[in-house]
Ligand binder design. Structure first.
Ligand SMILES: [Zn+2]
Length: 437
């Protein structure tokens, strides 16, 4: 495998040296002798690429080589990365890249047990910019030979009235006898809860394939609890780790590590982001990915933003030997500072999502005195619930997860969400940024 990776890396770097604006400039400025890089072991000599580098000039990351065959040049689709504060960033995929994603998805399906008899319900929202998770649900189904349908939820926008409410998602699953629910965990939970309220037959469902939000073991258990309550055919929660730039990694069993499904097309390192030094397997650091065989947006030593570790030991469950990402995956972009402490609001949101009896909730960071931008931060959890005994439990949960004490406010559910919205804003940072002078 490494011989193949070395060969592909040399080819990839040669293509970048000819037709990749960003790396041509960056490597020339650093005086690097790129042809002397013979394989993945020499990658350390190349600089890291940050998300900011890509966001600043996404066009400069596209290969532009008019002499390549048509399928390597033709633009097949553009996905946008979401979650950043700025405009979403386009990631370009040529026909070649689309085929590579089909190849990778077939492996993901094999590893995670998605089969051709499956019926996948795509419950990802219809967003203003095309989101990889939505577009690729179809590609994953094609690759597995499975059937797919979509519920088109999301906050309404545009003039064609194509978004559908929550109950339509419940109906889609029932009508098509879907076996796999594919979407964001908090929305899947709402679909499962609504199905219970409506007493709908979800007996065909055997798996929730989740991505797009950080979850805790408790949240995943909550999804299983809902599936059991619905007498579903199975209760598997398949947690996909991935991103628009990477594609998905696969677990061969629940709560397991994430296998790189396609080492032929991407190489991973765990690095020290300050120096670019590669860290040994088992040590935690930032995940960096290098594309070995791409033609649209090409990234070399790209910092995904997550802290993880890697192992290359054969998987104790399935015996596969490609590298595995070992959690917990801590998403750098998800951390915020509250009272000087770095907290992960996603983890708190996930912990609250799994609490019984909370109708709705929202985590807010704000200043104690709104008028005074220098006043102390405050972590507030707004909850809607019938039982006031939940208040001290929420206080304890927030402290356990964030190590910051939170103030809990009881509000009406409708103050937190509009029933037609798919994605409730679970976390709000209401602090006005301080102006630097
Ligand atoms: Zn395995």
């Amino acid at each position: 495998m490494q011989r193949l990776q070395d060969e592909r890396l040399r080819r990839m770097l040669a293509l970048c040296a000819r037709g990749h604006d960003y790396y041509r400039r960056r490597w020339a400025a650093a005086g690097l002798d790129v042809p002397s890089i013979q394989g993945v072991d020499d990658l350390e000599r190349l600089p890291l690429t940050s998300k900011q580098d890509l966001m600043a000039d996404p066009e400069a990351f596209r290969l532009r080589l008019p002499d390549l065959p048509l399928h390597e040049r033709a633009l097949w689709e553009v996905s946008y990365t979401t979650g950043s504060t700025a405009e979403p960033t386009p990631v370009y995929n040529t026909t070649h890249d689309y085929h590579a994603y089909l190849f990778q998805s077939r492996r993901v399906a094999e590893i995670s047990g998605i089969r051709e008899i499956d019926v996948i319900a795509n419950l990802f929202p219809l967003t203003p910019a095309p989101m990889g998770a939505f577009q690729r649900s179809v590609t994953n189904a094609y690759a597995a030979g499975a059937t797919i349908c979509a519920a088109l939820p999301g906050s309404p926008h545009g003039s064609f009235d194509v978004h559908r409410p929550l109950d339509y998602a419940v109906r889609t699953v029932e009508v098509h006898r879907a076996s796999v629910l594919w979407g964001v965990p908090s929305f899947l939970r709402r679909v499962l809860l609504r199905a219970q309220e409506l007493n709908v037959d979800f007996g065909s469902v055997r798996m929730c394939a989740i991505s797009g939000e950080a979850t805790t073991p408790e949240m995943r258990e909550e999804l299983r609890r809902c599936l059991r309550a619905l007498k579903a055919a199975g209760t598997t929660v398949f947690d996909r780790y991935g991103s628009t730039e990477l594609g998905a990694f696969a677990q061969c069993r629940e709560e397991g590590d994430w296998h790189n499904p396609a080492p032929e097309i991407q190489y991973h390192e765990v690095v020290d982001p300050a120096t670019g030094r590669r860290l040994p397997d088992g040590e935690r650091g930032m995940l960096a990915v290098t594309h070995l065989d791409r033609r649209g947006t090409v990234l070399i030593r790209f910092l995904v933003g997550d802290t993880v570790s890697l192992t290359r030991a054969p998987c104790p469950h399935c015996g596969r030997t490609s590298e595995r990402i070992v959690g917990p995956v801590v998403r750098g972009a998800d951390l915020v500072k509250v009272k000087g402490m770095l907290i992960n609001p996603g983890a708190l949101v996930a912990a609250l999502a799994s609490m019984q009896g909370l109708d709705e909730f929202q985590v807010v960071v704000r200043r104690q005195d709104e008028a005074d931008p220098y006043s102390m931060d405050e972590l507030v959890v707004r909850i809607a619930c019938r039982d006031e005994k939940l208040v001290p439990q929420v206080v304890a949960q927030a402290l356990a997860v964030t190590r910051v004490s939170a103030r809990v406010e009881r509000v009406e559910a409708r103050e937190i969400y509009d029933p037609d919205e798919t994605k409730v804003k679970r976390f709000v940072d209401a602090r006005k940024p301080l102006t630097r002078t």
